[in-house]
Write a protein that binds this ligand. Sequence first.
Ligand SMILES: *[C@@H]1O[C@H](CO)[C@@H](O)[C@H](O)[C@H]1NC(C)=O
Ligand SMILES: *[C@@H]1O[C@H](CO)[C@@H](O)[C@H](O)[C@H]1NC(C)=O
Ligand SMILES: *[C@@H]1O[C@H](CO)[C@@H](O)[C@H](O)[C@H]1NC(C)=O
Ligand SMILES: *[C@@H]1O[C@H](CO)[C@@H](O)[C@H](O)[C@H]1NC(C)=O
Length: 341
Amino acid sequence: MSERDMKMCARIVLVIGCFSSSGDNGTIDGQGDLWWQQFHKKKLKYTRPYLIEIMHSDQIQISNLTLVNSPTWNIHPVYSSNILIQGITILAPVTSPNTDGINPDSCTNTRIEDTYIVSGDDCIAVKSGWDEYGIKYGMPTKQLIIRRLTCISPYSAAIALGSEMSGGIQDVRAHEITAINTESGVRIKTGVGRGGYVKDIYVKGMNLHTMKMVFWITGNYGSHPDNHYDPKAFPEIKGINYRDVVAENVSMVARFEGISGDPFTGICISNATIGMAKKAKKYPWTCTDVEGITSGVVPPPCNLLPDQGLEKIGMCDLPSESLAIDNIELQRCSYSMNTLM
Ligand SMILES: *[C@@H]1O[C@H](CO)[C@@H](O)[C@H](O)[C@H]1NC(C)=O
Ligand SMILES: *[C@@H]1O[C@H](CO)[C@@H](O)[C@H](O)[C@H]1NC(C)=O
Ligand SMILES: *[C@@H]1O[C@H](CO)[C@@H](O)[C@H](O)[C@H]1NC(C)=O
Ligand SMILES: *[C@@H]1O[C@H](CO)[C@@H](O)[C@H](O)[C@H]1NC(C)=O
């Protein structure tokens, strides 16, 4: 790829009303290797392209495709709604930089299902804007369903919420998550300056094997776009529910780090059985500035999340109403060249 090609690539952005792609499991090869090398050498003059980016769109379906070697993020729907992503295989070397799988970003009503992702960054990363810019734009990601995800990502999370979450993230429902040799399960990343919120998160059914941490919430994630962030912009982290978790060969159960003066509240874990690795950390839980409850959790949780017993409090919450996107059926793709011309 020439310098000119790289410049062109970096600028290709799709801005369309309705995007529909169903690939019969065809492959799109992002030829990321050159980009990763230049990135590692700090020689890049251009932003790396995403493999598929959809902006300001409604009614999108992307299905039955294999994406390999993206220069950076693979699928990035942003400022969009009613999105169905189904039957996608994403493959990138586990050491490739920032090759996130799917990044719903300031999107409403999204369903991601039956995906298999091997990548060098978070398999799915939910976003909504960065510090003062995200706060000003104020467009959350909400009503997101993720189900039947299989993830391999040794240095990142199966599902990350943030770190760019300044427009807010609300009502995420993740079911049937399988992760193997992955750093953590569903991770929240935030910090002072982000503002925004992450709330009403419901995770049910995680099957995990060989993990550094099952649960990880980070309140001191740095990484600011510039120095103009508001040091008083505290994020609100509230109502984070995990249930039915089975994990094996884990180094540490949980690392929960809230923010001093801004505790993360309403954390709930129920019915979780975590099998520790032979060389596990001495303290399986570390918790600071968090509040919540647990029931039926092994090994026993930290003092800030006391185990009240399944008989007494039952399971963590699940929403009672289903979402509109829950039952939308995939449409067969069809078009004729005439209508495109
Ligand atoms: C799609 O293709 C990939 C790569 O060849 C393969 O690993 C995957 O199993 C295929 N998926 C389906 C549903 O056929
Ligand atoms: C606890 O989780 C396991 C594994 O997901 C599941 O099979 C079991 O039904 C759950 N128990 C209850 C009481 O729901
Ligand atoms: C358990 O995890 C360690 C890394 O912490 C890994 O080296 C080892 O292969 C894993 N064992 C099994 C049985 O998967
Ligand atoms: C995608 O593949 C699945 C399984 O082969 C098939 O049932 C479905 O109809 C395909 N979707 C589209 C939109 O072609």
